[in-house]
Design a binder for this molecule. Structure first.
Ligand code: SF4
Ligand code: SF4
Ligand code: SF4
Length: 503
């Protein structure tokens, strides 16, 4: 378990306890230990305290850092503002030894000494850099497939880059990749790097405080299902301020979802458990869209191993090698797999496109995981047969086989070529077997569906035991036959020896 000294800051405990709840739920599931820092105060925020009294700002920041140092852990914060303040103060104290000495002189009065012997981490940093997207994916039970999310980084998660060093300050990607790890699409949008405008609250005109947020909300509501962020101040701008805009009659509606709430949903927690009903802007429309899509995904999960399917979709390494894609542009294997993951199974099963897979197994042979897209298409085609939406030509062939056990009868042309009479047809015997298969199906007995399945059929314990007993019997029979064969050989050898001796 990775343990951190948890610096909650002022805003989350005071205004948004549901954020604390979702953070605790998801990091606990990922095996991260959070240890509250007793006696912590405001970070302190740069935009007020640093401007008002810079030395007090350093002393307060250093005091908070000392408390975490004394716990022997790195400090973790889920707030951009706290992250930026604490990192900026630590960066200056690290290079300015005179400042550090003065700060420590003051801290000595409280029995503290700042050494700078700890790391300050943002929760996104811990999730992306320390734990990694693969670890996040392991806990997903209800992926956000097909959901369009606009990521708002928030200035202080990436800037000033001289102190932060988390991601590219102008073109960051790590938060987007975390959102995509949950299965959602992280949207690109022109105002992505625009500040939320929270500091405009320090200026005197309250209406100015929403100008930047409004610009972003108006743009994003047209292209995403929701916006996410990892900063309580940004959240307040987009959620609480948006609510005020709605109240004053502005036609805006963009659900705002804190990132650990998105993770919580994907990890299987319920919206109510995460406290999502405590937002000012309703999130029901977003949740309904998601539930609707997950319902479709449920049916996809019955037929596919969605984790394997998602890896194939994200890999896309062999799609250009598929011979059909080169000549039939509407055959887009990766798009078809994506559609299944995005809740469109019914549509795909009925689509003629799945029949363009020609079973050449090129993808299987090239696949490093030996997965092969062919497996997906085989299953889709089987579903299409079950739903009677297969192409007529295919249906005709299948019907002919079911009726006659064959796909063609020898013709008189063989005689012309003086070929021998064709061997006796086993069609009648096969037809009898087919009756048995039909009976088994009717009584609900499972037949091994072989390697074409992307999800192994579940076999009951009784079936397993029955199989074991049957295998033992077969083995015994084989051994018995073997012994009889050996006895016979011995007999033949003995007779031969006798004959030779007689001569
Ligand atoms: S986007 Fe706004 S609230 Fe968020 S970190 Fe930047 S200034 Fe602060
Ligand atoms: S098996 Fe199907 S999907 Fe795979 S390469 Fe061949 S045609 Fe393409
Ligand atoms: S079949 Fe294999 S190589 Fe091809 S896209 Fe899927 S996982 Fe990648």
């Amino acid at each position: 378990m990775t343990d951190y000294a948890m610096f909650w800051g002022c805003t989350i405990p005071a205004r948004f306890p549901f954020m604390e709840k979702s953070i605790r739920l998801v990091v606990d599931k990922m095996g991260v230990g959070l240890h509250d820092i007793e006696g912590a105060t405001c970070c302190p925020t740069k935009s007020i305290i640093k401007v008002g009294d810079e030395f007090t700002w350093y002393v307060t920041a250093a005091r908070n850092l000392c408390l975490a140092e004394n716990m022997g852990m790195d400090l973790l914060t889920p707030c951009n503002g706290c992250y930026s303040s604490l990192k900026a103060a630590a960066a200056e104290l690290h290079i300015n030894h005179r400042l550090q000495r003065d700060v420590n002189e003051v801290l000595a009065n409280a029995g503290l000494k700042y050494t700078g012997n700890l790391q300050i981490k943002h929760l996104v940093e811990v999730l992306y850099d320390d734990l990694g997207t693969d670890e996040v994916k392991k806990h997903i039970t209800r992926p956000l497939d097909g959901i369009k999310i606009a990521v708002h980084y928030g200035c202080h998660m990436i800037r000033p880059s001289s102190a932060i060093h988390f991601d590219d300050p102008n073109h960051p990607t790590k938060f987007d990749l975390l959102v995509e790890a949950l299965g959602a699409n992280s949207m690109d949008y022109p105002t992505k790097m625009l500040c939320c405008g929270s500091d405009l609250n320090n200026a005197d005109n309250p209406s100015d405080a929403v100008t930047l947020s409004r610009e972003k909300i108006l743009e994003v509501q047209e292209l995403a299902d929701a916006m996410t962020m990892m900063c309580p101040a940004c959240f307040a701008q987009f959620d609480s301020k948006q609510y005020l805009m709605q109240k004053s009659g502005e036609r805006v509606h963009l659900p705002i979802v804190y990132f650990t709430e998105l993770m919580g949903l994907a990890f299987g927690f319920e919206a109510a458990e995460l406290g999502m009903d405590m937002h000012r802007v309703e999130t029901d429309s977003f949740l309904e869209t998601w539930y609707e899509r997950s319902k479709h995904l449920e049916s996809a999960r019955e037929h596919f191993d969605l984790t394997a399917l998602r890896s194939c979709y994200e890999c896309a390494a062999c799609i250009d090698d598929c011979p059909v894609t080169k000549i039939i542009p509407q055959f887009e294997p990766n798009r078809i797999i994506g559609d299944v993951l995005h809740g469109k199974l019914d549509q795909i099963v009925e689509s003629p496109d799945i029949w363009y897979c020609i079973n050449c197994y090129t993808c299987y042979e090239l696949c490093p995981q030996k997965f092969g897209m062919v497996k997906v298409f085989d299953r889709l085609k089987t579903l299409s047969c079950e739903r009677e939406t297969a192409p007529e030509g295919f249906k005709g062939g299948l019907q002919m086989f079911m009726d006659t056990g064959k796909l063609g009868e020898p013709t008189a042309m063989r005689k012309k070529l003086k070929l021998p009479k064709p061997p006796k047809s086993g069609a009648d015997d096969l037809r009898e077997l087919m009756k048995v298969i039909k009976k088994r199906k009717k009584s609900g007995l499972k037949s091994g569906s072989g390697s074409s399945s992307t999800k192994p059929d579940k076999v009951s314990e009784d079936e397993l035991r029955e199989n074991e007993v049957r295998e033992d019997e077969i083995l015994e029979d084989e051994l018995h036959e073997d012994e009889t064969r050996k006895d016979k050989l011995r007999e033949v050898d003995a007779n031969k020896e006798k004959q030779e001796a007689g001569e």
